[in-house]
Write a protein that binds this ligand. Structure first.
Ligand code: NAI
Ligand code: MG
Length: 495
């Protein structure tokens, strides 16, 4: 099994005799057909703009095929979208709150009705496994709209003794890892509080946001309440610094987050940033190990590690280090990498060639710095598409680049600790602070450790569990502001 020559070992699939699950599955491709137009334009003031100007393709990262052409919004398009939102906003805010709620409930129901189509589209455009888009992303999208529809006529109860007013026009910039879910996180509270929106999805994954615009049209939203424009970072930058935008909400890289913070500083714009992470798991010797391994695997590998809160540093109590490493290796060898539309697939395609190059760079760097890379699986990967085998590093020092920087790929760094205090100190030793996982059988230890971890979310004996009522957001370079729950509403109201 081991091939230590260049600091890399390959984990072969286990022999059938060793594992009852030595069988292979027949492909079970998702059968829903989705319609994709050859070209999409921008959705501004309730209508689709004329097909003129520059375009760029969006690919299916599992096949490298172009799905369709997307329009690059110009400064003029951003102006029009912001003006449409500005004109619609006073009327939207003046609607009886219960009426706003009706629109949001209608949207949530329509998303549920079209959930299968949205899941397939999300998987085709992003490369994430259909299991994830169908069972996690899209149900949470609908849940988010339902939850915020419920708040629309109860804002006075959310902020007792205050008179919450909408902020105005919101410019919302979305990343490619959870395209529709991040759109829902941003749109739902903004609309519930009486704001209007200009939304810009990421350039590699615009299709579900554009489909959402079609659904919004179908739900008869007043023109200009939601505008969706597409384009790259230039469009994002123009939107974030537009004088007609009162609030900017961004999810993406820390690097771009810092640029947006600089561009909006002193402008009076409200800003929330949800940025990167290097989230730690701490696993104690008294933990239920199989349960912990499942949580750790789900927390990083099921979306190819393209998760802002991915648990990418694993701190293992020294006494169980070998046991945990061998369980991890064994479970990893059963993960299926391949066609994201296959219901049996655990790990899909990396979102873009650029992201795959970034991940490969870190894999090389980790080995160069002296850590040992364990790569999962020997089955050939598809010839086309952007693929990365799930892997982990052992022999990692806290000073290694792979232990410090966000990789955003299916790569876990395994480190160790002796005492709870050392675990906390090592886990907190990062510029980030988005999430953390604690695995132990002892309730007292959970409360003690969770309190000391500098992370926006601490999951205990579970990981990556989301609910619209629960706020999410970071410390330090993971950003500021919260999304979801009562705390998330605060970003979209003024007093
Ligand atoms: P990015 O931060 O460049 O892209 C996110 C969004 O910001 C996209 O819609 C993009 O068009 C827009 N954008 C780009 N430049 C902008 C600017 N100057 N002003 C306003 N908007 C701008 O992320 P990228 O380059 O796709 O990924 C790079 C790294 O960022 C990844 O390797 C990963 O580490 C991290 N990342 C983190 C995410 C998270 O959820 N926290 C999501 C996506 C990426
Ligand atoms: Mg795409």
């Amino acid at each position: 099994m081991a091939k230590p020559a260049n600091g890399t070992t390959t984990i072969a699939s286990p022999p059938a005799a060793e594992f009852a699950s030595g069988w292979t599955y027949a492909p079970a491709p998702e059968s829903v057909k989705v319609q994709i137009k050859p070209r999409y334009t921008h959705f501004i003031n309730g209508v689709w703009t004329r097909a003129t100007g520059e375009t760029f393709p969006t690919l299916n990262p599992a096949t490298e095929q172009t799905l369709c052409e997307i329009s690059q919004a110009t400064g003029g398009d951003v102006d029009k979208a912001v003006a449409a939102a500005g004109a619609a906003q006073p009327k939207w805010a003046a609607l009886a709150p219960g009426e706003r709620a009706k629109y949001l409930f209608r949207l949530a129901r329509r998303i549920q009705e079209r959930a299968r189509e949205l899941s397939v589209l999300e998987t085709m455009d992003s490369g994430k496994p259909i299991k994830e888009s169908r069972d996690v992303d899209i149900p949470l999208v609908a849940a988010h709209f339902f939850y915020h529809a419920g708040w629309a006529d109860k804002l006075a109860y959310a902020f007792p003794g205050r008179t919450p007013r909408p902020v105005g026009v919101c410019g919302q910039i979305i990343p490619w890892n959870f395209p529709l879910l991040m759109a829902a996180w941003k749109l739902a509270p903004a609309l519930a509080c009486g704001n209007c929106v200009v939304l810009k999805p990421a350039e590699t994954t615009p299709l579900t946001a554009l489909r959402l615009a079609e659904i919004i049209e179908e739900c008869d939203f007043p023109p200009g309440v939601v505008n969706v424009i597409t384009g790259d970072g230039r469009t994002g930058a123009t939107l974030a610094s537009h004088p007609g935008v009162h609030k900017v909400a961004f999810t993406g890289s820390t690097e771009v987050g810092k640029k947006i913070a600089a561009a909006t500083a002193g402008s009076g714009k409200r800003l929330t940033l949800e940025l990167g992470g290097k989230s730690p798991h701490i696993i104690f010797e008294d933990a239920s190990l199989d349960q912990a391994i499942e949580g750790i695997i789900a927390g990083i590998y099921f979306n190819q590690g393209e998760v802002c809160c991915a648990g990418s540093r694993l701190f293992v109590q020294e006494s169980i280090l070998d046991d945990v490493t061998s369980r991890l290796r064994r479970r990893l060898s059963t993960l299926r990498v391949g066609d994201p539309l296959d219901k049996n697939t655990d790990v899909g395609a990396v979102n873009s060639r650029a992201q795959l190059d970034t991940i490969r760079n870190y894999l090389r760097l980790g080995a160069d710095e002296g850590a040992t890379l364990h790569e999962c699986g020997t089955a050939p990967l598809p010839a086309k598409g952007f693929w990365c085998r799930p892997s982990f590093f052992t022999g990692v020092q806290p000073s290694h680049t792979i232990a410090r920087e966000e990789i955003f790929g299916p790569v876990l760094s395994v480190l160790s600790f002796r005492t709870p205090d050392e675990a906390v100190a090592r886990a907190n030793n990062t510029p980030y602070g988005l999430a953390a996982g604690v695995w132990t059988d002892k309730g007292g230890k959970i409360f003690d450790i969770a309190r000391k971890l500098k992370a926006g979310v601490v999951w205990c004996n579970t990981y990556n569990k989301f609910d619209p009522a629960s706020p999410f957001g970071g410390y330090k370079e993971s950003g500021f502001g919260r999304e979801g729950g009562l705390h998330g509403l605060r970003a979209y109201v003024d007093f």
